[in-house]
Design a protein around this ligand. Structure first.
Ligand code: NAP
Length: 295
C-alpha cells in the first residue's frame, strides 16, 4: 500500500491559525510583533524565501521590517544594522537570510544578534540552551519536523531515527532534539563520512533526509513502513516548467512512496512548517518582552 503523503501545508496552516488569537491579544496590549528581515544581495532563492516569510507574518497579523542591502555591503555595515535592531524595542526578532556573500563572516553576524531576538535559533547561546534541554528559540526547520511528527501522532519513543546530514541548521539540531527525553528516539546521524549509507537508512523507523542531493534516498534504502521526512530542496532542470526548473527533495519520492508509511512531498512538506515555526518564535519573542508597537 502506498504511503500517506504528509500535508505540510495543512499542518502548518493549523499551527499558524493557533497563533492568531495570541497575536490579537498582544495587539490589544499595544504590541505588534515585528520581525526585522535582512537580505544581503539578490539571490533569487533567498528573495523568494524572504518574501514568503514576510507574507506569512502579515497573514497572521504580525509585521516585518524589510531591510534589503546590496551584495557588496561590508561586514561592518551589516553589524551596524544588527546593533541598531538589537537596541530597537519595536523589533522583537531579527532574521539574517543565509547564505551571506562570501566576504562576510556568517558566524560573526549570527553571534551579533541579541539572543533575545534570535528567532532563527542560530546564536551559540540558543544552540547551547537547546542542547541542555532548556527553553529557548528552537531552529525553525528541525522544530517544524518535530511538530509534523507530533501532529500526525507518529510514535517517537524508542523509535530509531536516522538523520542524513549534520549541518548546524538542520541535521545536527534535529538529531539533538530527537534524542531529547521528551521525544526519546534513538538517533543515528549520517554524513559524507558514513560508510554504506543504505545499511543505516534501512534501519530507520523515522528517516530524515537533510542533504541537498536530489533523489539520494532511493526505495531500496528505506525500511518498509518507515516514516520518511524529506527536508531537501533542490532545483533540477525542467524544460517543461515555465521557470526552467522544478523543486525536488533528497528522496526519490515516487519510488519511496511505495515503501514508506508516511512521506513528506517537496514542495509542500517541511518548507511550510519552517515558516510556521518562525512565526511562532517571533510571537514568543514579542510575548516575552511586550515591547512597544512596531513603527
Ligand atoms: P548543508 O549545510 O549543505 O549540509 C548537508 C549535509 O548533508 C552535510 O552534513 C553533508 O555531510 C551531508 N551530505 C551531503 N552529501 C551526502 C551524501 N552523499 N551522503 C551522506 N551525507 C551527505 O545543507 P543544509 O543547510 O542542512 O540543507 C540540506 C537540505 O535541506 C538542502 O536541500 C536545503 O535546501 C534544505 N533545507 C530545507 C529547508 C526547509 O525549510 N524545507 C530548510 C533548510 C534547508 P558533511 O557534513 O560530511 O559535508
Amino acid at each position: 500500500m502506498a504511503a500517506q503523503i504528509i500535508d505540510g501545508k495543512e499542518i502548518a496552516r493549523k499551527v499558524r491559525e493557533r497563533l492568531i488569537p495570541r497575536v490579537a491579544n498582544l495587539q490589544q496590549q499595544g504590541v505588534a510583533p515585528c520581525l526585522a528581515v535582512i537580505l544581503v544581495g539578490t539571490d533569487p532563492a533567498s528573495v523568494s524565501y524572504v518574501t514568503a516569510k514576510e507574507r506569512a507574518l502579515a497573514e497572521v497579523g504580525m509585521t516585518s521590517r524589510d531591510i534589503r542591502l546590496p551584495a557588496d555591503t561590508t561586514e561592518e555595515a551589516l553589524l551596524e544594522h544588527i546593533r541598531d535592531l538589537n537596541g530597537d524595542p519595536a523589533v522583537h526578532g531579527i532574521l539574517v537570510q543565509l547564505p551571506l556573500p562570501s566576504h562576510i563572516d556568517e558566524e560573526r553576524i549570527l553571534m551579533a544578534i541579541d539572543p533575545a531576538k534570535d528567532v532563527d535559533g542560530f546564536h551559540p547561546l540558543s544552540v547551547g540552551n537547546m542542547v541542555l534541554g532548556r527553553k529557548t528559540f528552537l531552529p525553525c526547520t528541525p522544530h517544524g519536523v518535530l511538530v509534523l511528527l507530533r501532529e500526525l501522532g507518529i510514535p517517537t519513543k524508542g523509535a530509531h531515527a536516522v538523520v542524513v546530514g549534520r549541518s548546524n541548521i538542520v541535521g545536527r539540531p534535529l538529531a539533538n532534539l530527537l534524542s531529547g527525553k521528551d521525544i526519546n528516539a534513538t538517533v543515528t546521524v549520517c554524513h559524507t563520512g558514513t560508510r554504506d549509507l543504505a545499511s543505516f537508512t534501512r534501519q530507520a523507523d523515522i528517516l530524515i533526509a537533510a542533504v541537498g542531493r536530489p533523489h539520494l534516498i532511493t526505495a531500496d534504502m528505506v525500511k518498509p513502513g518507515a516514516v520518511v521526512i524529506d527536508v531537501g530542496v533542490n532545483r533540477v532542470e525542467d524544460p517543461q516548467s515555465k521557470k526552467g526548473y522544478r523543486l525536488v527533495g533528497d528522496v526519490d519520492f515516487d519510488a519511496v512512496l511505495q515503501v514508506a508509511s508516511y512521506i513528506t512531498p517537496v514542495p509542500g512538506g517541511v518548507g511550510p512548517m519552517t515558516i510556521a515555526m518562525l512565526l511562532q518564535n517571533v510571537l514568543e519573542a514579542a510575548e516575552s518582552r511586550l515591547g512597544p508597537v512596531c513603527r
